[in-house]
Design a protein around this ligand. Structure first.
Ligand SMILES: Nc1ncnc2c1ncn2[C@@H]1O[C@H](COP(=O)(O)OP(=O)(O)O)[C@@H](O)[C@H]1O
Ligand SMILES: N[C@@H](CC(=O)OP(=O)(O)O)C(=O)O
Length: 513
């Protein structure tokens, strides 16, 4: 498959909020004018500083209030004010500014209608929630479209919020649903693709009224998935996910000052990092694009010329290449990267609660685990890590908000019928991630010795079946110390003493000689 010339750029809510002019002048225009690419832009709802104060969070708060029959207008007015003053501050051409404000007001008025009806009913259906949430991406894309046109880059607003027909039925968001979406996106973008003039489509990251609701089906961060499907629809050369960091680092650079920028990671590593606390990319994003052989590049809106980090399998050829990059999989490039030393990155996840269950039977009866999971399932609780012995089960659960804490309390009451239950709060999971780790001996040893040397108590240990993740549960208060000390032993450029880990592959090769 040859180069199509298309590049899909996804911008997160805080980037749209903080750097809109930079996005248009130094990113969109750079790729269209200097690189001569065709660019498609996907935006999330605007957040000025943090996601929790962002438009999506405010709109979800309105849904919450309406479902309790309470007044929500205060939050609508906050969203309105935010977008009006943003339009006034950034869009200079009077006609474009007036139209943007009027279009934004219309969208918000519509949301008020949906919410008023829900308030009367005292219930917000998943469909209504989607209709309300979609407004965030609409406002953001109306704004970026106006700003592009204002600054001399021809752009067209594309609303995907009704792309899924109301009679579309599916029980889960499987590959046939994604295939349907890709086809629908292709049709929607066809006029722009065929246009003689270069037009940048500015596409709402909200993609339709998904059968069980976008929040239930995909979750926050759905715009990453939308951008991925657009990249597939356009047979794009690259999917660029623009953030406020230079790419993926060996650890969260805010917590580990010596963290290094990684030039590439595999999709499996990116997924593990995201799940275990480093919110890099929505996990659903990768499968579709990688299958279409499209690389994902994480880049920084504040440093657009940086190389960023590429997410791509180390054993698969890219679009337009006939063979995988050399050296081949058996001895992949990172195998020779001495700096990597087996592990790729380290991450921590906070708000973890450990639940221990001691069976009241002498031996583990069959069905014991099934009973535990049935209870957890009933309360929609997720288990991140689990360790079992014959009569004892330890589980680490993410409990990030009051709602999940309430569910946990109810589940614990039920679990008590199976045995003695104890609960430890304020814990964290520290995870060492690396696709190459499985061929090294001593990495887990070094990780746990480092924790011991730093007086950090380990509550649970787990090595995932995929062998790319070694995790331990520790006190949340120790998580920064754990990150920094393990990083300096196993990932720091200046790490001196890594004498314990033996590269098993290299040893095998030596033995063959
Ligand atoms: N290993 C990591 N590499 C890069 N960033 C990381 C890592 N772990 C955690 N982070 C944090 O993830 C955040 C991602 O960037 P940000 O632009 O804030 O995301 P968003 O697109 O959600 O707005 C950064 O604040 C960064 O500190
Ligand atoms: N606007 C949505 C979806 C999203 O993808 O956001 P972001 O790209 O900023 O993570 C949210 O806040 O969840």
């Amino acid at each position: 498959m040859l180069s199509s010339g298309w590049v899909v750029q996804k911008f997160g809510g805080t980037s749209v909020g903080k750097f809109p002019k930079g996005i248009v002048d130094h990113i969109i225009k750079f790729y269209t004018e200097e690189q001569q690419n065709d660019v498609a832009v996907v935006c999330s709802a605007r957040s000025s500083y943090t996601k929790s104060k962002g438009t999506t969070s405010r709109l979800l708060k309105c849904c919450d209030l309406a479902s309790q029959g309470e007044d929500f207008m205060e939050f609508i007015e906050e969203v309105r004010q935010d977008h009006v003053s943003n339009a006034e501050a950034n869009v200079e051409t009077p006609a474009l500014q007036t139209r943007l404000i009027s279009d934004s007001n219309k969208e918000l008025d519509l949301v008020v209608k949906y919410l008023e009806a829900s308030k009367v009913l005292g219930e917000v259906s998943p469909r209504t929630m989607d209709l309300v949430m979609a407004c965030g991406e609409k406002l953001s894309c109306l704004f970026i479209t106006a700003l592009c046109n204002d600054r001399g880059c021809k752009a067209q607003y594309i609303d995907l919020s009704h792309i899924v027909p109301s009679d579309y039925t599916t029980n889960n968001l499987d590959s046939s649903f994604y295939a349907f979406l890709v086809q629908a996106f292709k049709e929607k973008l066809q006029p722009i693709v065929q246009s003689k003039e270069r037009i940048v489509p500015i596409i709402t990251g909200f993609f339709g009224l998904v059968p069980m609701g976008l929040l239930n089906g995909v979750g926050r961060g759905y715009t990453d998935l939308c951008a991925a499907l657009i990249a597939v629809a356009l047979n794009s050369d690259e999917l660029q996910v623009w953030k406020e960091v230079d790419g993926i680092f060996t650890a969260d650079p805010r917590k580990v000052p010596h963290a290094r920028l990684l030039s590439s990671v595999t999709p499996e590593e990116a997924a593990e990092l995201t799940y275990y606390g480093s919110e890099v990319i929505h996990p659903f994003t990768m499968e579709q694009v990688i299958r279409a052989k499209i690389p994902i590049r994480i880049k920084n809106v504040q440093n657009p010329r940086g190389d960023g980090t590429i997410i791509y399998p180390d054993n698969q050829a890219k679009k337009g290449e006939s063979t995988p990059p050399h050296p081949p999989e058996a001895l992949s490039a990172s195998f020779f990267e001495t700096k990597r030393r087996g592990a790729t990155a380290i991450t921590t996840k906070s708000d973890i609660v450990v639940v221990n269950i001691h069976s009241n039977k002498k031996t583990l009866s069959h069905g014991f685990l099934a009973q535990i999971f049935t209870i957890l399932d009933r309360y929609k609780l997720v288990v991140d890590l689990i360790c079992t012995s014959e009569v004892h089960v330890s589980m680490a659960l993410p409990i990030p908000d009051p709602e999940s804490y309430k569910a946990l309390r109810q589940a614990v009451e039920k679990l008590k019928s199976l045995g003695t239950v104890d609960v430890t709060k304020k814990m964290a999971i520290v995870s060492l991630i690396g696709k190459q780790m499985k061929q090294f001996i001593g990495i887990a040893g070094t990780m746990f010795t480092t924790l011991a040397e730093n007086n950090i108590n380990i509550d649970m240990i787990s090595q995932g079946a995929n062998e790319i993740n070694i995790s331990a549960v520790i006190d949340e208060a120790d998580s920064i110390k754990a990150l920094q000390s393990i990083h300096s032993k196993l990932l720091d450029e200046r790490a001196q003493d890594f004498e314990h880990a033996v590269d098993e592959r290299l040893e095998q090769i030596k033995r063959l000689d």
